[in-house]
Ligand binder design. Structure first.
Ligand SMILES: Nc1ncnc2c1ncn2[C@@H]1O[C@H](COP(=O)(O)OP(=O)(O)OP(=O)(O)O)[C@@H](O)[C@H]1O
Ligand SMILES: [Mg+2]
Length: 331
């Protein structure tokens, strides 16, 4: 694999509650390539937000990393993220990794202008050398996300459209010049034209500034053109990982195939859109063996008994499916 920026090493995350514990992420292992756009794709509840939150020590309560490690490679320095404390963690967040959370547009403070919100954040992170330098940086960032700085600086969140607010959030994520930006459902609730616009900007940020991006989405169709690599998640685990071209061309895992076939497109007739049979898994009560087996048309006896390991079946192509045991191609 090329240069790695982040390594999820056998990560398990549980939401520990009084009556029961809920395993949201299970034995999750994945390397994130530096300088690339990696998309995590999976149905609602598949654990996308939970697993990347571990990268910022930001798993929502009562979630806990109960197994494994998340490493961030800062030059020759291998940082064990869960070992970061107080000041180290504060510096790591935003200046190494920043995250635009799901529906984060609504986290903008309704009572403050956009300029003041940026100033406050930079001030908190001790990142203001002088007001002139700060203004210069902000103008640069707003230019980058194609927002009219003069107008938006003075605006309050309610004076902006959803697309504008999302671009403000992207500028926010870039404020302290991190290496990695995580965007959780960056275009959900935006119209298709604004979606395309945002993705173009994200691609520019990746290509021109060399930032590594992780995008989380339930919609495999919208990241098809943008992502370099795609990790398909189901019930808290990686089902398939490959570069986007290979994943779409080969769609080896029955779940990947299901997701792609369920995606509407203007080239498909309504009959060609095939929803995945059955219901999303209840992670409080997962079936034995492969978690996808109750919905899989290729289910074999072994699938109901043993969980398939994530194995390599090609150049940086990984799959968790008994159909490919010993690399024998069956689909
Ligand atoms: N704070 C919490 N307390 C208890 N359970 C939680 C909490 N946050 C998430 N979960 C559970 O963990 C599982 C994974 O949730 P997560 O939000 O990571 O999924 P997701 O893939 O990001 O879904 P979505 O596409 O809806 O954002 C779900 O079953 C969810 O109900
Ligand atoms: Mg989520």
């Amino acid at each position: 694999m090329n240069d790695i920026l982040v390594s999820f090493d056998n990560v398990t995350i549980d939401y520990v509650m009084k009556k029961q514990s809920l395993r949201a992420v299970r034995d999750f292992s994945l390397d994130i390539e530096k300088g690339k756009i990696t998309a995590f794709v999976g149905e609602s509840g598949s654990g996308k937000t939970t697993v990347v939150s571990a990268l910022l020590q930001a798993i929502s309560s009562p979630g806990k990393l109960t197994q494994g490690n998340v490493y961030f490679f800062d030059g020759d320095n291998k940082i064990d993220v869960s070992a970061l404390k107080n000041e180290q963690l504060r510096k790591f967040r935003w200046s190494k990794v920043s995250m635009v959370f799901q529906a984060s547009q609504s986290t903008l403070n309704p009572l403050m202008t956009i300029y003041d919100q940026f100033y406050e954040t930079a001030y908190y992170h001790d990142a203001i050398a002088s007001k002139e330098k700060f203004d210069e940086r902000l103008n640069y960032l707003f230019d980058l996300v194609k927002l009219d700085a003069k107008r938006v600086f003075k605006a309050y969140p309610h004076q902006m459209s959803g697309g504008m607010k999302q671009r403000v959030m992207i500028a926010f994520a870039l404020l302290l010049n991190p290496d990695l930006i995580i965007l959780d459902e960056p275009t959900t609730a935006l119209d298709v034209i604004t979606q395309k616009y945002i993705f173009n900007q994200l691609t520019d940020i990746n290509k021109n500034l060399g930032k590594t991006l992780i995008l989380l989405t339930h919609d495999i169709g919208i990241v098809a053109k943008v992502a370099d690599n795609i990790a398909v998640m189901y019930a808290g685990s990686v089902m398939e990982y490959a570069d986007a071209y290979t994943l779409f061309k080969e769609k080896k895992h029955p779940y990947t195939r299901g997701l792609i076939e369920a995606t509407p497109s203007i080239l498909k007739s309504p009959e060609e859109i095939q929803p995945i049979e059955g219901n999303p898994p209840d992670i409080r009560n997962l079936p034995s063996g492969c978690p996808f087996h109750p919905r899989c048309k290729y289910c074999m006896d072994i699938c109901t008994e043993q969980r398939p390991p994530l194995q390599k079946i090609g150049d940086e192509h990984y799959i968790s499916c008994h159909l490919y045991a010993n690399n024998t191609q069956k689909l």
